[in-house]
Design a protein. Structure first.
Length: 217
């Protein structure tokens, strides 16, 4: 199953460190950030889990829930949590999905269908290093894939979430490297006539197709 932006995020039931969940029910009316890991007790992932724990309040402000996944049992996640708190200075404060049979990893196209749980190393499942940003409508809004040796930039996930939420509410797009509070671009589907109604203060247009305006409130 190949997933794309705009597809409905596959639903699943799974055990987590905070009990068994139905994923779609767990999302509720929130955005959700699903980020996955190939194996417990791995160095880069340890830093990532701690970083997300530190950022949880920022995701809460944006009405977004965090959930991790690792291709190991929940009991291993609980043991790993002690290492994360000790080394990163923050306890994991969100659920971690146990996926020892790789069911969710395969469902989300992180691994081929023929991948076997059995005996394995982290490198066997190295493609289980993804980020899915999912909306309250259960649609995939963003997907990111990282190699084993590159820690993820979760500040970028927050930035992208800000953009996705802003552009879902207003008929604008965000330029490269945009940050909250900076100017945005009037959507290409908005005519100049409609833009005058939406943005009565006007805009800058270095090119007819590039209309720069203050970020809507």
């Amino acid at each position: 199953m190949t997933l794309r932006i705009g597809d409905t995020a596959p639903n699943f039931q799974a055990d987590t460190t905070e009990g068994r969940i139905d994923f779609h029910q767990w999302i509720g009316e929130h955005y959700a950030v699903l980020f996955s890991h190939p194996k417990d007790f791995t160095p880069v992932c340890t830093t990532e889990l701690g970083t997300m724990a530190k950022l949880k309040a920022e995701f809460d402000k944006r009405h977004a829930k965090i959930i991790g996944l690792s291709a190991d049992p929940v009991e291993d996640h609980r043991k790993w949590a002690y290492d994360i708190e000790e080394t990163q200075g923050e306890a994991v404060n969100y659920p971690m999905i146990g996926d020892p049979e790789l069911k969710v990893a395969k469902l989300y196209d992180m691994l081929p269908a023929e991948a076997a749980p059995g005996k394995r190393t982290a490198s066997d499942n190295q493609t289980v290093r993804t980020v899915f940003l999912i909306g309250p409508d259960r649609k995939i809004k963003l997907m990111l894939f990282y190699p084993m040796t590159t820690g993820r930039n979760f500040d970028e996930i927050l930035r992208a979430l800000d953009s996705i939420q802003l552009t879902a509410k207003h008929r604008v797009a965000t330029p490269a490297n945009w940050k909250q509070g900076e100017n945005v671009i009037i959507g290409g589907s908005v005519s100049d006539e409609d833009a005058k109604k939406l943005f009565p203060k006007g805009w800058q247009a270095p090119k007819p197709y590039l209309r720069i305006v203050e970020q809507p409130k």
